[in-house]
Design a protein around this ligand. Structure first.
Ligand code: ADP
Length: 167
């Protein structure tokens, strides 16, 4: 099975990392695909930064690839030769949206299955938005994100307090 794990990853969290690690064990090949979506802007991290973070954090996993995409997920997945899409589920609140997306994608291309992996309990509260919110307010996010994100967040936040609002 070749699977695509799509997301904004703005930034990558330990919750995403948990899903990536677990998905890489069940897929023959896992493509982590960074959504380049201008409607969900302003993003804190550029697509290039998000890809660099993924490479630094999970580049050691043998059967993993990274890519950026825009447009329809099923088109990207089909072009990449994938037959599954992986999504993470945290709570009931994720379910409605994820279910709608899965049905929509199935109606667009029924040869690509959506598979859900449920969060590990310790990450069930974790989201990229929460990380950004806490970091901007000066809270400690060290235990929420991998080192590659920590370093970049610190630079952005120090930069912002010296040179005005860059985030
Ligand atoms: P999107 O903008 O597509 O929701 P995200 O980067 O926010 O992208 O999330 C990508 C995927 O990872 C989604 O399926 C989301 O539900 C899942 N995810 C995010 N955080 C967690 C977490 N803490 N535990 C499990 N899955 C998660």
């Amino acid at each position: 099975m070749t699977a695509v794990y799509p997301g904004s990853f703005d930034p990558l969290t330990n919750g995403h990392l948990d899903i990536i690690t677990r998905a890489s064990k069940i897929a023959d090949k896992l493509i982590v695909a960074v959504l380049n979506n201008s409607s969900k802007t302003p993003a804190m991290f550029s697509v290039d930064d998000r890809l660099a973070i993924l490479e630094e954090t999970c580049g050691h996993i043998k059967n993993i690839e990274f890519a950026a995409f825009s447009g329809l997920l099923v088109d990207f997945a089909a072009a990449a030769g994938a037959n599954a899409v992986i999504r993470g589920l945290r709570a009931v609140t994720d379910f409605e949206y994820e279910f709608q997306m899965a049905q929509t994608n199935r109606s667009l291309n029924d040869s690509i299955e959506t598979l859900f992996i449920s969060t590990s309990p310790q990450y069930s509260y974790l989201s990229s938005s929460i990380v950004k919110e806490v970091a901007i307010l000066g809270g400690n996010v060290d235990y929420m994100v991998p080192a590659a994100v920590r370093v970049r967040l610190m630079k952005k936040i120090v930069g912002a307090s010296c040179a005005g609002p860059v985030i």
